[in-house]
Design a protein around this ligand. Sequence first.
Ligand SMILES: [Zn+2]
Length: 322
Amino acid sequence: MFAPSSIHLEHSQRSGRWPAWAGATLAAGAVGLAGWRKHALTLDGAAAATGVGAVTLACGGLPASTALVTFFITSSALSRFKMREKARRGVLAQAKGGRRDAWQVLANGGVAAACLGSWGARGVPGFLGALAAAGADTWATELGLLARRPPRLITSLRPVQPGTSGGITPEGTLAAIAGAMTVGAAWACATRFGLHDGRAAPDVEQGPRVRPSAPAGHSPVPCRAAPRFALIVDILTTTLAGTAGALFDSFLGATVQAQFWCPTCEEPTEAPLHSRCGQTTRLTRGWRWMDNDAVNALATAAGALSGVALASCTRRTQGAAG
Ligand SMILES: [Zn+2]
């Protein structure tokens, strides 16, 4: 359906960008390899992380990549935080063990990367919302497991055993907010300190704030009007979007996510095979195919939609104010 001229234009634009893609793939591959060597990723997880990272860097530039790497490093660190205590309580968050595999990587980063890959700079609010949801959920899970009191189911608020999907704690909810805010703050700091290189900088996304003639990546303060205020608004909308995504994750966890019961250890688990004892478990709730990865992917999609909705609201408000 495309006119031939537009095909040629698109082709020449793409072929002109291959060095950027090669560089992005190399940089993302180095991070993926480091994650594999540090036992944070399986080998296929490292390959998936390379793909997600390459799309993020090539289409989103350095601010988006900074947010992604911040999410990756903090999530990996929190998974290991007080690991012995979590193991003692039998509530290790990672049903598949400490390393993230390709499905986990794609469930957490796939929607975010797809936003940038599909819409470039205009996909930034969706990217940030999705990534903040992944960060919020990971922080909430890893820190909520250490809560003193038992979690309550998000739907009925009745106390459930630690590790039950859909269970929330005050500590976990605060951690979710902090995790989402960290993703937004990483992006905002990288943007503020001139790390953007013009590809997915806020010039397209937020209109007249950025001088279009500013040399890419050279000006430490690339914004023309009220940059700090606008960036704080971006952090707040990202925090809200990510927290909404994480709450949606808990809601799905309490309703449709597959929940299994290990008869040997007499405890709930998210896996059809209990990681602790290797026993086959029995489905007690939800849909068998709706595993943690599927729920995570849906939650990041909810975060992306929230991010897009909030960004369009705040832009309209800022436009009306200016
Ligand atoms: Zn067991």
